[in-house]
Design a protein around this ligand. Structure first.
Ligand code: IPM
Ligand code: MN
Length: 340
């Protein structure tokens, strides 16, 4: 295989520490990577005002994939207005590169609530409440009005639902759960439900269930084993995947893939966790979620064998060291030592 050209956006807080660890593990698994580091995120913005220019975006488009650590200023840092980096960098990448699937797998760690469970949340990644629909009138006055809508298109919902059915079909249990709030969000909920009802006709081997999102929060804690593939909208998916990470052993293990399944642009791989500025530079960030995200990247780029070897090493490492706080370098070395 030729070297993989990977754009690396370490970003903020512990981001650069965990992306560096992931690159080390990929190389140790024998995959040649040609990484190009992009200095983007809070520090860059504070230095010269760039969030993500059109020319940087055009350059990013030329890579095989993007590996991202974490984006976001420290809580309480008032120098960067809320949303500047989230909307201007992370969401801009998801939207402009049309990364319409956010694929988030969960493997319940030993000792966690979801121990032994294995499920994937397929989160729609380009629409819903994240679309930026809405605005403000009479800002700062007593009569201020703020609206923030949710955009759901048949096209956007259907391509996400189809991806989820294909995934469910490829898995042992072949089970799909739509999560929404159709009893209250009747317009968008109906569109999601009708789309699932139509697409399922093409997948007779997949069993289908529906949960309201509030009930899904209870089930994730009390009966996580009921899930195989969950499909849901952008905001519900955001919230559910933090909860799913917590019940599976902590977001230190939760990986994600922002995918353009049509391969018209590079896909982006990142841990579910954030920048964790409180532990930045201490060398104690758990790199497992990013290393796991890197295996999603390798799989997507056709490096199946290396991905399997790294996943097996991650599983061996985490079952041996469940719940023990370790240094970033210790975890990285332990995973590399367990590569067979
Ligand atoms: C995530 C994050 C992002 C999101 C933030 C940082 C914009 O929470 O990837 O889940 O809300 O999607
Ligand atoms: Mn989130």
């Amino acid at each position: 295989m030729p070297a993989l050209n990977i754009a690396v956006i370490g970003g903020d807080g512990i981001g650069p520490e965990v992306t560096a660890a992931a690159l080390e593990v990929i190389e140790a698994a024998g995959v040649t990577v040609n990484p190009t580091i992009f200095d983007l995120g809070a520090a860059r913005y504070l230095r010269d005002g760039e969030v993500l220019s059109e020319s940087t975006l055009a350059e990013l488009r030329t890579f095989d994939a993007i590996l991202l650590g974490a984006i976001g200023p420290a809580i309480g840092d008032t120098r960067i207005p809320g949303g500047t980096l989230e909307r201007g960098l992370l969401l801009k990448l998801r939207f402009d590169l049309d990364l319409y699937i956010n694929h988030r797998p969960f493997h319940g760690q030993p000792g966690s609530i979801a121990e032994g469970c294995d499920f994937v949340v397929v989160r729609e990644n380009t629409e819903g409440s994240y679309a930026g629909e809405g605005g403000v009138l009479r800002f700062g006055t007593e009569h201020e009005i703020a609206t923030q809508g949710s955009v759901n298109t048949r096209f956007g919902v259907e391509r996400c639902v189809r991806y989820a059915f294909e995934l469910a079909k490829s898995r042992t249990r072949k089970h799909l759960t739509l999560v929404h709030k159709t009893n209250v969000l009747t317009y968008s909920g109906s569109l999601w439900q009708r789309t699932v009802d139509a697409v399922r006709l093409d997948y007779p081997e997949v069993s289908v269930d529906y949960n309201h999102v509030d009930a899904a929060c209870i089930y994730l804690v009390e009966q996580p084993q009921r899930y195989d593939v969950v499909v849901t909208d952008n905001l519900f998916g955001d919230i559910l995947t933090d909860l799913a990470g917590a019940v599976s052993g902590g977001v230190g293990f939760a990986s994600s893939a922002n995918l353009n399944p049509d391969r018209t642009s590079p896909s982006m791989f990142e841990p579910v966790h954030g920048a964790a500025h409180d532990i930045e530079g201490k060398g104690i960030a758990n790199p497992t979620a990013t290393i796991s995200s890197a295996t999603l990247m390798l799989r997507f780029l056709g490096e199946e064998t290396a991905a399997e070897r790294i996943d097996a090493a991650i599983a061996a490492d985490s079952s041996e060291h469940a719940g023990v706080p370790r240094k970033t370098t210790e975890v990285t070395r332990s995973i590399i030592e367990r590569l067979v």
